[in-house]
Design a protein around this ligand. Sequence first.
Ligand code: MG
Ligand code: MG
Ligand code: MG
Length: 304
Amino acid sequence: MSALVLGHKNPDTDSIIAALAATHLLLARGFDVEACAQGEPAPETAFVLERFNLTAPKIVKEVADRDVWLVDYSDLAQAPEDFSKCRLQGIFDHHKLGDVTSDTPLECWIQPVGCSNTILKMVCDYYNVAIPADLAGAMLCAILSDTVLFKSPTCTQMDKDAALALAKIAGVEDINALGMEMFKAKSNLNASPRDLIFRDFKDFDMGGNKIGIGQLEIISLDMISADLKDALNKELAAVKAEGRHSAILVLTDIMKEGSEVLVASDDASKVLAALGANGNDAWLPGVMSRKKQVVPPLQQAFKA
Ligand code: MG
Ligand code: MG
Ligand code: MG
């Protein structure tokens, strides 16, 4: 049976396109692999797949007895429930080192850059594997998405170089226009409050506390009405009540380059203080990255 190349739960564009890119790379190197995802593409990813004529990876939620490659995560909390029963073969990722482990030596490509697809471009170059134009366009979009058009503090020179090289392969002349088109698709708020919270949501273990953090990146927070914010706060309380210490929703304004946080928590003041926020709904200027600006201060505050 083919090995599975699998991104994280609540897949974002990077995790889905990285599964396609890693599959392309590994097939070229002679591995028997297939791209998978733990869920349906979100609106942004659906736009990218359609724009570049790619098919969404097949959905897989069980990995027992399978060989597995991970893309865009290495945390058990973001893996399928039966992950301990699979055989981990390798990781392509750009997050903090997680808690998965392996029984045999494995291939690991983890770099502190803005996007997993930046790493995949680097590894394709390393193995001299050519990238088809459509895949290159989608990889470019993944970089634009994860780095929020190069504006996120997670963005590095390597991401910019990879994006330019991929744009060239894909024949994309106006990178910014493509990015804006993609973020317009991403700003689609036409979904239930629950779906909006879980569109890009990750659970973390922080000092023994389960803390879930969702992020919605939209072109302007003015698109979120007072009613919608109320509904999001209400649903967030329900999400917290499902066995979490805290449920947090980071509302990021791409154009203003900052975020507002909504918090439902056993200790909201601790969460807000860690994030440097004054009260709920506080505006956090310059905060765009969950990975770099939201998770680390919370992890620090909840360290046992
Ligand atoms: Mg991701
Ligand atoms: Mg990523
Ligand atoms: Mg992201």
